[in-house]
Ligand binder design. Structure first.
Ligand SMILES: *Cc1c(COP(=O)(O)O)cnc(C)c1O
Length: 472
């Protein structure tokens, strides 16, 4: 399988290449040159398969020659038969006649990001071993990505990780999930400033010639194609249980960087009968405005009880715009240059119509979020996290607005365990969710992190001074 950049001028790479590269060298994002697809018959044949088996089937065309079948099987078994606390990996829970929850939080750090990052950690090791290289992962996190990435990389031979988080701006559970991991290849940096400051340092490091001359840098955020590929699997797995390919299913996805919901789009392109993808946003609603009226413009960031959805710009949206807009790299590059300059752009007609064929969007504020948590608790006995509640609110609103056929099951992606955000849950329903046993005594363990001032030089010298890996 060949991968091309959304901006048209980066080299074409294979799966191994895109996994290790993360971002394309022209600033774009990698996508498969064409979408592989399954026939109805092939999809029907996947019914009854275990999660890891569906994973092998769905990933095979994307992986191409970069892994042998037995290597892929081995990795999928290690991840999906070992790292998740539920035998079904991503179990479905019914809430009423129409609404279902797809629980994606049974991994080690209690958010859906484990599903892909546990796989990515093993892909890195396999490819680095083969190349005889080491990788220095540098990332910024507003919470969930950091802990999931650290957990996926801790103790591995050939990768080492530096994770920047904005000091005092991640929840205590999120921070402890990062800072209590005591492997020597894990480095936590608490940066003065906000998430955007941390993110800016990371981007700058990727463009820093001196850093790159001594370190082989790798990325773990959702611009990495391998993460999206891993997320396509649970759309298939859930839809198969609800009657695919003979019945359509709709999905409601709490959305931030547009990675998770884009994986649903990929599933649809591969032949899965998806009736609608509901893009659920909080009040930071750039995606809702873009899908509703073509206005993609960054606003002021409003901090909410759903920090993983507090974004101004959704990186992966570029992948959709490229794909539905005719796959013209030069035009895409020009459109994004305009956006970088003005922090705003209009979608083209082709982009709007292409997106509208599958996507609808709904926005939910804090009150609507709380009401969805109450509804889930009272009607289905489910204690859900704030992000999931935005998704459920959007699902119910989309149904009420006649955007979804009432006979179609609607699956809301439950992206985090409620215990990750106990304060917001307690405020809404009066119940304080307990941490599951498997995370152990998170509050009894010693923390280790470096406090760094807000300037780039401080972060950069910390990484250079503490990196043990080198480009070798
Ligand atoms: C990351 C995250 C999201 C947003 O996912 P995207 O792929 O960025 O759209 C939603 N909910 C939770 C709990 C998350 O951690």
């Amino acid at each position: 399988m060949e991968y091309v950049s959304t901006r048209g001028s980066a080299p074409v790479l294979d799966f191994e290449g895109v996994t290790l590269a993360g971002l394309a060298s022209d600033g774009g994002l990698y996508l498969p040159r064409e979408w592989p697809s399954f026939t109805e018959h092939q999809i029907r044949e996947m019914r009854g398969l275990a999660y890891w088996e569906v994973a092998v089937e769905v990933m095979t065309p994307f992986v191409g020659d970069s892994l042998t079948r037995s290597e892929l099987i081995d990795i999928c078994q290690q991840v999906y038969c070992g790292e998740f606390s539920h035998a079904a990996v991503t179990p479905l829970v019914q809430m009423d006649e129409t609404h279902w929850l797809l629980e994606l939080f049974h991994g080690p750090t209690l958010a859906f990001k484990d599903v892909a990052l546990q796989l990515l950690g093993r892909l890195f090791e396999t490819f680095l071993e083969r190349r005889g290289q080491n990788l220095t992962i540098v990332g910024a996190t507003s919470g969930d990505t950091g802990s999931a990435a650290i957990n996926a990389v801790a103790g591995r031979e050939r990768s080492e990780i530096f994770m920047l988080h904005p000091a005092g701006r991640v929840s205590e559970v999120q921070r402890r999930q990062m800072t209590t991991v005591r492997a020597p290849n894990v480095h936590n940096l608490a940066i003065e400033g906000n998430f955007d400051d941390a993110q800016r340092h990371v981007k700058r490091m990727f463009g820093d010639g001196e850093v790159n001359s001594v370190l082989n840098l790798g990325a773990v955020n959702s611009i990495n194609w391998a993460r999206l590929m891993a997320q396509v699997v649970y759309y298939f797995y859930a839809a198969l249980q609800l009657g695919a390919p003979d019945r359509k299913v709709a999905f409601s996805v709490p959305t931030g960087n547009f990675g998770d919901v884009f994986a649903g789009y990929v599933a649809a392109r591969m032949g899965l009968p998806v009736e609608r993808l509901i893009v659920a946003t909080n009040v930071n609603d750039i995606l809702h405005r873009a899908l509703a009226n073509g206005d993609y413009s960054a606003g002021d960031l409003v901090p909410t009880a759903t920090p993983s959805m507090d974004i101004q710009v959704s990186s992966n949206f570029e992948r959709l715009l490229f794909d539905v807009g005719g796959r013209e790299g030069a035009a895409m590059a020009a459109q994004m240059r305009g956006f970088d300059k003005d922090r705003a752009m209009r979608l083209t007609n082709a982009q709007r119509e292409g997106a509208a064929a599958l996507f609808v969007s709904q926005r939910a504020d804090g009150e609507q979020m709380a009401r969805a948590m109450q509804w889930a608790c009272e009607n289905a006995g489910q204690v859900i996290d704030p992000h999931t509640a935005i998704g459920l609110s959007a699902a119910r609103d989309a149904l009420a607005a006649d955007l979804i056929d009432p006979a179609t099951p609607i699956v809301t992606l439950a992206t985090a365990h409620a215990a990750k955000f106990p304060d917001a849950v307690e405020r809404a329903i009066g119940v304080r969710p307990a941490l599951p046993q498997r995370v152990g005594d998170l509050f009894g363990r010693e923390e280790k992190f470096a406090s760094i001032s807000g300037d780039y030089e401080a972060a950069r010298s910390f990484v250079l001074d503490h990196a043990s890996a080198n480009a070798g």
